[in-house]
Design a protein around this ligand. Structure first.
Ligand code: NAD
Ligand code: MG
Length: 411
């Protein structure tokens, strides 16, 4: 009897200890560093953090140019470190509003230093463009969990980035809404039973434009997205549908899919964020109103879920969900995305940099909307393809492709 009681009490003790450990692991406040905190994704991340202060603590913030906004954020969230990514900008700024408890770091070295601090649990990679590579790379090198919004990193160096994450035991969790949807739907089955993924695309503001109308669109029209509020670069990418091209390449690396397993369907309401089809023909989707707070929060709480400050879906309200195939003639970027996903090697870095330069040129009035994709095609066709490049080679090609676009514009 004594023996039995002892066994039971021992079991209870172990169980209660396990419970204590379990509770403390899952409820432990997660320390978050946000790269690009003044941008659209950065601000939405701060909204998520503000709604659940018992779960998240902001430990680091970075920005390039809006340094007054960075100081406001630092005063509200009290991080240990803030990084001004552009040292020249920082030296001309009056830092009197910076909270005294926050240490100021500078430049890409500052970003590298921030993401590798022992106190950081999760790095939100929300810098726009290939400039996001350095911070993401350093975070993965330090074995951190990265909530990845910066898709350009995977477009540019998907093979190298995924290999690094594996070598260092670091996790990459998708923030891009389509990839978050695929990630969530994939949890319903075995990875080897996935037949294909179908990425949804809003179609952007010019879904019904003729080719002639597309040639005339203005910068303001391209910046007026019908369903999503985003930074200017990704908004133009959505209008050309280059965003979907980049997302095909992102999905190829993130989920280790063959490019022909990735399809695109236009869904103007942006409620269904993507589908996964399994080998038995079952198709799973993730639905929610178009708001980035939900995919951001899922990347921060994974594998748990909790109340989210994003709008909720009301299926009882009158609602239409439409789906149609993309028009590959009017939106040739999608074909380019599939092609680059198939050939791999240096093609992703060249496409990504050419697109960044061409979008920049369009926003500054140097080339028209319909010249963006042909400029990318031309630079891609003229580069020396290498099937297995080093990271250094990809960085060189990033600079080369930008110069090529400038040359293309001037000829
Ligand atoms: P944004 O332009 O609103 O913000 C960009 C942020 O990056 C700012 O904080 C800026 O200071 C910082 N930054 C810019 N250039 C930098 C540089 N050279 N060095 C360091 N910091 C720099 O962009 P966004 O819309 O928030 O998009 C951020 C990333 O998330 C992009 O890769 C985009 O493709 C991806 N994404 C965005 C959305 C969205 O809804 N906005 C959705 C999915 C994916
Ligand atoms: Mg997306």
């Amino acid at each position: 009897m004594w023996q039995k009681t002892f066994e039971v009490s021992k079991t209870l003790k172990v169980w209660s200890q396990l419970k204590v450990n379990f509770v403390s692991m899952s409820d432990r406040v997660r320390n978050i560093a946000i790269l690009g905190s003044t941008g659209s994704i950065g601000r939405s991340t701060l909204d998520v953090v503000a709604a659940s202060p018992e779960r998240f603590r902001v430990i680091g913030l970075t920005a390039r140019s809006r340094l007054a906004q960075l100081c406001d954020q630092a005063n509200q969230f009290r991080p240990h470190w803030i990084v001004a990514a552009d040292a020249a900008h920082a030296s001309g700024f009056e830092w009197s509003e910076k909270p005294s408890g926050a240490e100021l770091l500078l430049g890409t070295d500052g970003i590298r230093s921030l993401v590798s601090r022992a106190e950081v649990d999760i790095v939100v990679a929300a810098i726009v463009g290939s400039a996001g590579l350095t911070g993401t790379w350093a975070a993965l090198e330090a074995g951190k969990t990265v909530a990845l919004a910066n898709k350009e990193t995977l477009v540019m160096a998907g093979r190298q980035v995924m290999r690094l994450a594996e070598d260092r035991g670091a996790k990459i969790l998708p923030v891009d809404s389509e990839h978050s949807a695929v990630f969530q739907a994939m949890e319903a089955g075995r990875r080897r039973d996935v037949k294909r993924v179908i990425l949804t695309a809003s179609g952007g503001p010019f879904r019904r434009h003729t080719s002639a109308q597309l040639a005339q669109v203005s910068v303001d029209e391209a910046l007026a997205h019908p369903t999503w509020e985003m930074g200017p670069k990704i908004t133009v990418d959505s209008a050309t549908m280059m965003n979907k091209a980049l997302e095909i390449i992102e999905a190829r690396w993130l989920f280790n899919l063959e490019p022909d397993q990735i399809d695109v369907v236009v869904h103007p309401q942006s409620i269904v964020h993507s589908f996964v089809e399994f080998c038995d023909g079952s198709v799973l989707a993730q639905l929610s109103p178009p708001d980035m707070k939900l995919p951001i929060q899922y990347a921060l709480t994974y594998p748990e879920r909790c109340e989210c400050p994003s709008p909720k879906l009301d299926l009882a309200a009158a609602m239409r969900l439409e789906f149609e195939p993309p028009d590959l003639d009017r939106f040739p970027a999608i074909g380019l995305g599939h092609e680059v996903a198939r050939v791999g090697g240096t093609a992703g870095a060249v496409l990504n940099a050419a697109n960044e330069a061409a979008v920049g040129g369009f926003l500054e009035g140097h080339l028209s909307f319909t010249e963006i994709v042909p400029a990318c095609r031309s630079v891609l066709d003229n580069h020396h393809f290498d099937d297995n490049p080093t990271l250094e080679r990809l960085i060189e090609l990033d600079a080369w492709a930008r110069e090529e676009v400038t040359r293309w514009v001037c000829t």
